[in-house]
Write a protein that binds this ligand. Structure first.
Ligand code: B3K
Ligand code: ZN
Length: 885
């Protein structure tokens, strides 16, 4: 279903954007639904741009055209042409109505784009995925986000096989037909782009809730799932209600239809989809219960439910002019989702989680051959640009601007943005202009962040002058070149900072040259907007320790000449929970350097001492302590290396944890574990979650110095776990440590969860975490397992994604066998599902920085894959970019 080409795929460029020559104001769709074939009749009400002379051209991929007529007259053969996924029609005028009837094949659609079947043909259901360009797989249409139309959709199907019929918009009648068929109609009064169209049909069950908005509008909330899953939708319903209320209270955004449908499917290419009035979710982000869902997954469900709901305004009511503006909806919606999660849970922990994700997923992307700006200038396959850069870095850019405007100013700006662009397709310029206009400031300098790829390095250097009692902070920035962007310009970098005295107290900030500033301010923001700039603080009694980039005020890599003792002081005393963690991360990275270079132990000692003291503090939040006790992951540590040897990084990080565990001491770890275990429960409140998190961390540390004790504790924990969080944590320890008890626990887990696909995904992914050399054979065994299939994206990711991304030591084998296996499977997967294949391929992104032997092996594997005939446009773009750099 996806275009395959042997030549280099054509590039679409932002600079080529033209307004559409033809628009569609109204769409009437009628579906005759069937598993093998579905017929789609469409009536498009057309408007022509008088300034453009182009003939009517509509997108359509893999469609079998059954009939076509214009203004009620069947069109003769010569009056239309359908080639290269474009239907060209002669004779259309402004106001014409084009009617087409096409046939599509849902069950044969393994790419899961357009209309497809989820599950088995006897019991599964039909659904659609249109973003970004799936609608053209359903009918002919100008399939671009700046064509907004009102939709009337009539579904007609066999009643017994498809008792539930859903489409976006409000219900507008239903009834019986001959031959056991029935129909249902939906009308969406809000004009929308085609990527937001959706339908669902099948045997689904529902839970319902009545919601009343702050202005008194009644909305019916309905979550749909297959019969075996409907019992696990309650948590998502609660999360949906919280999201709706939060968006009203925080942004004044109210829901705008009478019904809001949400559907869960096990066959989905990504997390979820914000179709207007009919959100569709990967079951992984909707279903939840204590028996099969971990705490982290509960929070992910809450966040994704909120994210998709928030799109109703940031994405649907105000949509994107073109796909280059994708971050306009995604970066903004991730930011809104992060704010919501911070409000619902712990703000500092959420910030830590988000920054850790940014560093793990986005920084490597920005540093490798797939680097691209938050607003890319060109693409070949838009589905390859749903990236951490567009989403996570995009959110950081919104956060910077929001920080610049302050809470009220940002709300004022958002109000103006929504009212000015409601019902329209907007650009990132529109966004910054609205926020700026509402606050009478010029935010256009931030546009440079959207255009420039790569992570800026921010260097900070402090100098204390005892005679004048001044502290001069010199900040400079530099962004390394990235693929196709050799020269970089300085960006506006807001640096939120505080200064600490040696006793660990913040001191008042008197910035030289500024009259009338708040003399008692303990924290403030300075903006570095050129290559280098100095800031002089006055009345500073003693050489201070700067706490920089507080709350991670800009997405940069900070390089500061801290002494280990300075970082230890911040780790002990900083009141900004995020920066406290950050100081610990930096100190741990320096301790890692100590171990690698073998020349000093100053940072290692400082890190271990500070954490030993914090471990003994009884008032510290258990979840924060768990995070403080966790050094940066192997991917983050690798990012700091010039040449990466993943096995060495793994071994050194293990040593680092061993040192920490020894310093805290076996007895202290054991006692803390027992104390936490005594409180075991399956409650979801913050304290219970925090205890589980710390318990896991303590067990992992204990495993570094007393494997035997850790294995028995983990086995006990596995056997008695009341929740999936405890069960999976224990299983992971057993597997990672290659404990003799792991095998029995895995057999038990498999039997217990054989009928639960989401739990089975965990069974696959946990085993990809076997240490080093052992894992490859296991991956081979797992892919031969009857429960494995390349056709299900979650299953593919739980095996190959988890192995290649989360077990660098086990994946990057020196003999290159890991790369060869992955490349071979990518070739097979591409023929089934190009989107999933292309995404998985990005796991090889960092290959150029590997040590020479692995680098050569990785390159050879990617090159072999690139040479395979008939690769999709999706995978071709990724492998060619990776080889190009
Ligand atoms: N907008 C969708 C992602 C669509 C991905 C298309 N390949 C989910 C989201 O970001 O909310
Ligand atoms: Zn989104």
């Amino acid at each position: 279903m996806t275009t395959r080409s042997d030549a280099s795929p054509a590039l679409i460029r932002l600079s080529d954007y033209r307004a559409p020559a033809w628009r569609v104001t109204q769409v009437e769709l009628a579906f005759d639904l069937g598993i093998d074939t579905t017929d789609v009749t469409s009536r498009l009400h057309l408007r022509r741009d008088p300034a453009q002379q182009e003939p009517l051209r509509l997108d359509g991929e893999g469609l079998k055209l059954l009939s076509i007529s214009l203004d009620g007259q069947p069109l003769p053969e010569g009056a239309w042409r359908y080639a290269d996924s474009v239907l060209e029609v002669d004779g259309a005028r402004d106001g014409s109505v084009l009617e087409t009837r096409v046939r599509v094949q849902p069950a044969a659609n393994t790419a899961l784009e357009g209309l497809y079947l989820s599950g088995k043909r006897e019991s599964g259901f039909l659904l659609t995925q249109c973003e970004a360009q799936g609608f053209r797989h359903i009918t002919f249409f100008p399939d671009r986000p700046d064509v907004l139309a009102s939709y009337t959709v009539t579904l007609n199907a066999d009643r017994e096989r498809f008792p539930v019929l859903l489409a976006g918009g409000n219900p507008d009648g239903h009834g019986e037909l001959d031959h056991g068929r029935h129909w249902a109609r939906f009308v969406d009064p809000h004009p929308k782009p085609s990527y937001l169209f959706a339908l669902v049909a099948g045997r689904l069950q529902k839970i319902e809730r009545d919601y009343v908005t702050n202005t008194g509008r009644a909305v019916k909330l309905v979550i749909w799932a297959e019969p075996d899953a409907i019992g696990r939708c309650g948590y998502a319903m609660d999360a949906l209600e919280r999201s709706m209320r939060w968006d009203e209270d925080t942004y004044g955004r109210e829901y705008d239809l009478d019904v809001f449908h949400v559907v869960a499917t096990h066959d989905f290419n990504m997390g979820a989809m914000e179709n207007k009035g009919l959100n569709i979710f990967n079951a992984k982000y909707l279903l939840a219960d204590a028996d099969s869902t971990t705490d982290d997954e509960y929070r992910a469900v809450e966040a994704v439910v909120a994210h998709e709901y928030f799109h109703n305004w940031s994405g649907n009511r105000v949509t994107c002019r073109d796909w280059f503006q994708l971050s306009l909806k995604e970066g903004l919606t991730v930011f809104r989702e992060q704010q919501f999660s911070a409000d619902m849970n712990s703000a500092p922990l959420k910030r830590i989680e988000d920054v850790a994700l940014l560093r793990r997923a986005q920084f490597p992307e920005d540093a490798g051959p797939l680097a691209h700006p938050v607003r890319p200038a060109q693409y070949s396959e838009i589905n390859n640009f749903y990236t951490a850069t567009v989403y996570e870095k995009g959110s950081e850019l919104v956060r910077m601007v929001a920080g610049r405007l302050g809470r009220e100013g940002f709300r004022r700006g958002m109000d103006l943005y929504f009212s000015r662009h409601d019902g329209h397709a907007a650009t990132l310029e529109d966004f910054l202009r609205a926020l700026g206009d509402a606050n009478r400031v010029d935010l256009m300098p931030y546009l440079a962040w959207y255009a420039q790829a790569g992570t800026p390095r921010l260097t900070a250097h402090g100098h204390y002058d005892a005679t004048h009692r001044t502290y001069t902070l010199t900040l400079s920035q530099h962004t390394p070149p990235t693929a196709s962007q050799p020269h970089k310009q300085p960006l506006p970098i807001p640096v939120k900072l505080a200064l600490f005295d040696r006793a660990g107290h913040m001191i008042p900030l008197h910035l030289a040259g500024e009259a009338g500033t708040d003399a008692s301010a303990l924290e403030r923001v300075v903006v570095l907007d050129r290559a280098e700039q100095s800031f002089v603080f006055q009345q500073v009694g003693d050489a201070p320790v700067p706490s920089l980039l507080r709350g991670f005020s800009a997405p940069v890599i900070l390089e500061c000449d801290y002494a280990p003792a300075d970082l230890a002081l911040l780790l002990r005393h900083d009141v900004d929970g995020f920066n406290r963690w950050e100081a610990g991360q930096q100190l741990a990275a320096r301790a890692f350097d100590n171990l690698r270079d073998g020349d000093a132990t100053d940072a290692l000692d400082a890190w271990c001492n500070a954490l030993e003291a914090l471990f003994a503090e009884t008032t510290l939040d258990a979840a924060l302590l768990a995070d403080l006790l966790t050094p940066p992951g192997e991917i983050e540590l690798s990012e700091r290396e010039r040449l990466v040897d993943p096995s060495l990084v793994h071994a050194l990080r293990q040593q680092l944890q061993e040192h920490l565990a020894l310093r805290i001491g076996r007895e202290a770890l054991y006692q803390r574990y027992e104390a936490l275990a005594a409180h075991t429960s399956l409650e979801l409140d913050a304290t219970s979650q925090a205890r589980r998190r710390l318990k896991r961390r303590v067990l992992e540390l204990l495993a570094r110095i007393d494997p035997w004790a850790a294995h028995s504790l983990a086995t006990l924990q596995y056997d008695n776990a009341p929740s999936m969080t405890d069960r999976l944590a224990a299983l992971a320890v057993l597997v990672r440590e290659n404990a003799p008890q792991a095998a029995a626990a895995l057999v038990h887990f498999r039997q217990r969860y054989a009928d639960n696909p989401l739990a089975m995904d965990k069974w696959f992914s946990v085993q990809t975490q076997l240490p080093g050399e052992l894992v490859l054979d296991r991956v081979h065994a797992l892919e031969a397992d009857a429960a494995f299939t390349l056709k299900n994206p979650n299953r593919v990711n739980s095996l190959f994604g988890a192995w290649a991304r989360n077990n660098p030591d086990g994946f990057h084998r020196a003999d290159g066998s890991g790369y060869r296996l992955l490349a071979e499977r990518l070739g097979q997967l591409d023929a089934i599902n190009p989107q999933v294949a292309a995404r998985l391929a990005t796991a090889l992104n960092g290959w150029q920085r590997l040590e020479p032997m692995r680098r050569a092996a990785a390159r050879a594997a990617i090159a072999t894959l690139a040479g395979q005939a008939g690769l999709s446009r999706n995978l071709t773009e990724i492998v060619q970019s990776m080889l190009h750099d």
